[in-house]
Ligand binder design. Structure first.
Ligand code: FE2
Ligand code: FE2
Length: 314
């Protein structure tokens, strides 16, 4: 089945009849009516869909996440101006319950949504890692970065929630941290090597939190039950023989405390505070910019990612 319609071309009242990747499928209810709430994707973006009908409650149970399904419906906007697809077509439910569409070879490229420049970001981060002066630490960081790091998203929804998102977010974090150091006076006592290593590895545990399913990534049981900080600290232990105990302790502290005042452990070192601030800068600005891209000019709307009210300047 050819894909002839893309998410970027769906507006309010657009008749939707195309195939989309299903990233999430939940059962929800409003005013006593149950419906399937889906997050759909293609190479041009993401959109929510609400599927109503007699056996809509069955759909989230049987849909295979990361696979492609045919959806028929209409573009709608809710009271916050957020666009979604509404469908009460029996054919959509029939398609969802029947199983995913089989794609022809190469067609999966129509469904992989990522604005990140995967090759460029990977090369840039490797260059920064290679600038670590302490050889042991440099080798240690290089060992921790495997193929999962370059492919994985950084989140399901809040920021950098696409293929290659973790690498893009990590690159932004390390660049912000280094530029803060360069631009704030009298910071030469800060350990630049540790700032790079800590920034690059702060979210490394996320590589265990998402599984590649079909053509996309989905959060797994590790995401739900353990989360990335604990996984990151456990993971770096695999290579601990490469560095000193003091370096390991500092890195564990940076990973453990990188959520700042919101975390269980508050940063205690300048390097840990720097990584926390840089991490927040990258994630917050990304979520705000991506939310504003979906906000009409001259309007105020609560962003799905940032969960903040934002006004898109005219
Ligand atoms: Fe994190
Ligand atoms: Fe992060």
């Amino acid at each position: 089945m050819e894909k002839t319609q893309f998410i970027e071309n769906i507006a309010e009242s657009t008749i939707v009849d195309s195939i989309f990747l299903v990233k999430r499928a939940d059962l929800r209810s409003k005013h006593g009516e149950q419906f399937a709430h889906l997050t759909l994707a293609d190479k041009t973006g993401l959109i929510e869909a609400k599927i109503y009908g007699g056996n809509a409650a069955e759909a989230p149970r049987v849909i295979k996440i990361g696979r492609v399904y045919k959806i028929i419906g209409r573009g709608k906007a809710n009271q916050n101006g957020e666009l979604y697809i509404s469908s009460d077509s029996p054919e959509t439910l029939k398609e969802l319950l029947a199983g995913p569409v089989v794609l022809s070879p190469g067609q999966e490229n129509d469904f992989v949504y990522t604005p990140a420049e995967l090759g460029k970001n990977a090369a840039e981060i490797q260059k920064i890692v290679s600038s670590i002066k302490n050889t042991d630490l440099k080798i240690f960081v290089a060992c921790c970065l495997d193929t999962r790091f370059y492919e994985c998203p950084a989140a399901i929804r809040r920021h950098h929630e696409y293929t290659g998102g973790l690498c893009e977010h990590t690159l932004e974090t390390v660049k912000i941290a280094l530029s803060l150091m360069e631009n704030v006076a009298r910071t030469n006592g800060i350990n630049r090597d540790m700032v790079i290593a800590g920034s690059v590895l702060h979210d490394i545990g996320k590589i265990f939190c998402f599984d590649k399913e079909g053509y996309g990534f989905t959060p797994n049981d590790t995401y739900n039950l353990i989360e990335h900080i604990t996984m990151g600290i456990m993971y770096i232990d695999e290579y601990k023989s490469l560095i000193s105990e003091d370096q390991l302790l500092q890195l564990r502290h940076i990973i453990q405390s990188h959520h700042g005042s919101y975390g269980d452990v508050i940063p205690l070192t300048a390097e840990a505070w720097l990584v926390h601030e840089a991490d927040s800068g990258s994630s917050l600005l990304r979520s705000i910019v991506d939310d504003l891209a979906e906000t009409p000019r001259g309007q105020k709307k609560k962003g799905l990612r940032s969960e903040k009210f934002l006004w898109h300047a005219v």
